[in-house]
Design a protein around this ligand. Structure first.
Ligand code: FDA
Length: 317
């Protein structure tokens, strides 16, 4: 119910216009969003790099309604890639590894037309390959899952520098994971899922989501999946699951090149640093841009305590 409330707020345009003007909300959102400009995102990446943490740059935006907006989003990402190259190894302010890009297909025009979205995505993937980096396709609500998985399959068979997010709360994810392993393209960011889904589509109980997460994670870490090229980014802040992963990779002698940990900007920095210090690849998802409202609402929906955090900003104001 709690999550549903914030997901419906995230889609409410009138609330969006109002709320985004409130200074205390903007200040609270800045815990989860690096800032409104690309330079803010790059600054956050450099700070993370100083801690031994890699990045995924997300230019915030979703559900654009015109081809012009989808093209603008694509051009913004291309610009980000150009800037990333100026930060490449051997350059001043070098980042030792270029950040990945996270994209939402509805930001690239999936609601307008699949062909347009595919064209935009292909441009980004090809340009990212030149810049020596990877495009990670975020997973949105279940209305988009089938099209997102299919678009990923078309891209992944031609381009090695693309990955997809899979949500453990969806019943279908087990089938999707098996199929991607079978096709040799299981380069997966495994997350729990951040949207509101009905019980015939997604596990309603957290404990079932967590159990499915562990099942899928173990499958992707298995020797058989790895032999078929599987790679898993374990995207969670759940310490119990992370400890489970650490036990499994030790027991099964999974090489460190076969997996990484991912977390969100502003959440469990202590855990991010601790894992990086142990020598694991840790990648943090760094969102930036003016379209922070829906992203911020999803973060509020994940954790009731975050609302008190907003309230504290109001009191301070
Ligand atoms: P869980 O919700 O069980 O939280 C475990 C602990 O993490 C909490 O006890 C708390 O300490 C901390 N925590 C979690 N959320 C917090 C928050 N909002 N504020 C403060 N603390 C918090 N989803 C999706 O649908 N599509 C996608 O493409 C992605 N992509 C993605 C990338 C990356 C790198 C991450 C880490 C996550 C995503 N997600 C996502 C979001 C994901 O589905 C999920 O909603 C959040 O990660 C929260 O779930 P946890 O796995 O952290 O577990």
């Amino acid at each position: 119910m709690w999550r549903g409330f914030f997901i419906s707020l995230s889609r409410n345009r009138i609330m969006k216009e109002r709320v985004m003007r409130w200074g205390f909300v903007r200040r609270a959102a800045s815990r989860f969003v690096a800032g409104e400009t690309l330079e803010d995102g790059l600054r956050a990446l450099r700070e993370l790099e100083a801690l031994g943490i890699r990045g995924i740059l997300d230019h915030l935006g979703e559900n654009v309604e015109s081809a012009t907006d989808a093209l603008r989003a694509t051009e913004d990402y291309l610009l980000a890639l150009e800037r990333i190259e100026t930060f490449g190894p051997g350059r001043p302010h070098a980042l030792s590894s270029p950040p990945h890009l996270a994209v939402k297909l509805t930001h690239l025009g999936l609601d307008v037309s699949e062909e347009l979205c595919e064209r935009n995505l292909r441009r980004l993937i090809e340009r990212a390959a030149q810049a020596g980096t990877v495009v990670e396709i975020d997973m949105e609500s279940s209305a988009y899952t089938e099209r997102t998985v299919n678009l990923y399959r078309r891209m992944a068979s031609s381009y090695p520098n693309v990955r997809i997010a899979i949500q453990a709360y969806l019943y279908r994810s087990q089938r999707d994971v098996e199929r991607l392993i079978e096709e040799g393209i299981a380069r997966i960011r495994l997350c729990k899922g951040a949207y509101q889904e009905p019980p015939h589509i997604a596990y309603p109980r957290k404990r079932d989501v967590d159990a499915n997460y562990i099942r899928l994670m173990e499958r992707l870490l298995s020797a058989e999946a790895r032999a078929r090229g599987a790679y898993v980014a374990i995207a969670t802040h759940d310490e119990r699951i992370i400890q489970h992963a650490l036990r499994r990779v030790a027991e099964w002698q999974v090489p460190r090149e076969a997996f990484e940990f991912q977390m969100l900007y502003g959440i469990r920095r202590d855990l991010q640093v601790a894992l990086a210090r142990q020598g694991f690849v840790v990648r943090v998802y760094v969102p930036y841009g003016t379209e922070w409202y829906p992203y911020f609402m999803r973060r509020l929906g994940e954790r009731p305590a975050n609302v008190w955090f907003v309230a504290r900003n109001l009191l301070r104001a």
